[in-house]
Design a protein around this ligand. Structure first.
Ligand code: NAD
Ligand code: MG
Length: 391
């Protein structure tokens, strides 16, 4: 399912075996031959990568981790498909001349280098890897500006804002309102959260997602990361980014304009829609996504976010306001803390408490280089591990 027709668009899906990646493969297969999955990448689960490459007729496949490569038999790939490996190969795929659109769907800081490479190469960046903007929003957005590329958000809230914001002028946006499902602990007390298990934190009520973002949704760190993501995508100050809890996940976010009009985007919770829109924008094509059933009764609830029970939200506003090194520190501390929680080494509430501590302790710089951000990334992870062991 790869095409040589010049009018058709080749897509590289970075992280094709993940929750977003598999949904992207499905969407692209439905939009073939206009769109084709020319390139794919994965870290582990290489058997699934082989299956996808055969299904899509991909021309280049990257095994991001060289250590996993030994388990692969190259003969299992489609004829004419090139197999490469390692972090440099990921960057090369993101920059390849044959590729028009890069779906950045790697989880965490592992996605930063390839996301930045796609931005520098002037690609359409269909961005799911929100952590890249949290870590290095100023560098990624500057790269997009100077290369003439574009970022179309895949995150459902930012896709909704991207769609709604075109109803008025950027200068007349009063605020954006990010909706949050509230996650599995929406109604839990802090006391109950002290005893939250890994299983209960992984049981998200409305979305099926990768493990890291599922835990981020339970702490509401995901919303904090999304506040920072919105700051960079829409060039908004932190006090124009609001959060509201909406348990049904039907209204994906809203934009309020100076005249008081609020424009929202609605659809069932199905990531295939924002993925598809990031590929087809400004066109809207029929595809595999679920649609609203207007013959049924619907109830849409909204409630204020409780920042006492979910202190992560305040971290989001703080980092969106301060910028500099704070995003890289928060992101790395959170990635490491989520991992420690999933290994049973810290409690659920320690994730956000640990992030707050590391953020306060770090040596803030308003204008860091990439080198400095990488050093702070390592420092934050080490500090979280040290903190978790000495407590
Ligand atoms: P996932 O864990 O399901 O998939 C991650 C993908 O990244 C896999 O293909 C994996 O092989 C690859 N990967 C993991 N570690 C890697 C490494 N070190 N180097 C290279 N590749 C690596 O994650 P997901 O839920 O699909 O999330 C992906 C991104 O999309 C995240 O940034 C997440 O915040 C964002 N996002 C996800 C959803 C969702 O519904 N899942 C919604 C909005 C945004
Ligand atoms: Mg989201």
């Amino acid at each position: 399912m790869s095409t040589d027709d010049a009018n058709n668009l080749n897509v590289a899906i970075l992280g094709s075996t993940g929750s977003i990646g598999t949904a992207a493969v499905e969407v692209i297969s439905k939009l073939y031959p206009k769109y084709s999955a020319w390139g794919l990448s994965a870290h582990s689960r290489l058997d699934q990568l082989v299956e996808q490459a055969n299904f899509c007729g991909s021309k280049r496949v990257v095994a991001a981790c060289r250590d996993n490569l030994a388990k692969l038999q190259t003969g299992t790939f489609p004829v004419g498909c090139e197999l490469t490996s390692g972090p440099d190969a990921l960057v090369e795929l993101a920059q390849a001349d044959e590729v028009s659109i890069v779906v950045a769907a790697i989880v965490g800081s592992a996605g930063l280098a390839s996301t930045l490479a796609a931005a520098r190469a002037g690609k359409r960046l269909a961005l799911a890897n929100k952590e890249a903007l949290v870590i290095a929003g100023s560098l990624v957005t500057a790269a997009v500006k100077s290369s003439g590329g574009e970022i179309i958000p895949v995150d459902s809230e930012h896709s909704a804002i991207f769609q709604a914001i075109h109803a008025g002028r950027a200068s007349q946006v009063k605020r954006v309102i990010l909706t949050a499902s509230g996650g599995p602990f929406r109604t839990w007390t802090r006391q109950q959260m002290l005893a939250a298990t890994i299983e209960s934190a992984l049981a998200h009520p409305t979305w099926q997602m990768g493990r890291k973002i599922t835990i981020d949704s339970a702490t509401m760190m995901n919303k904090a990361l999304e506040i920072i993501e919105a700051r960079w995508l829409f060039d908004l100050p932190s006090d124009k980014i609001h959060v509201i809890v909406h348990p049904q996940s039907i209204v994906h976010s809203m934009v309020e304009f100076d005249d008081g009009s609020v424009v929202a985007q609605l659809s069932p919770p199905d990531m295939r829609l924002p993925i598809q829109y990031s590929l087809t924008y400004p066109e809207r094509l029929s595809g595999p996504c679920r649609t609203m059933d207007w013959t049924k009764s619907w109830t849409l609830d909204f409630e204020p976010v409780d920042t006492e029970r979910f202190p992560a939200i305040e971290l989001g506003w703080e980092v969106a306001r301060r910028g500099g090194t704070s995003g890289a520190v928060l992101n790395a501390a959170n990635e490491a803390a989520v991992e420690l929680f999933l290994q049973g080494k810290i409690r659920f509430v320690d994730i956000v408490d640990g992030c707050r501590r590391i953020l306060n302790e770090h040596n803030y710089d308003p204008n860091p280089t990439m080198d400095e951000l990488q050093k702070l990334d390592r420092w934050s992870r080490e500090e979280i591990i040290r903190w978790a062991t000495v407590r």
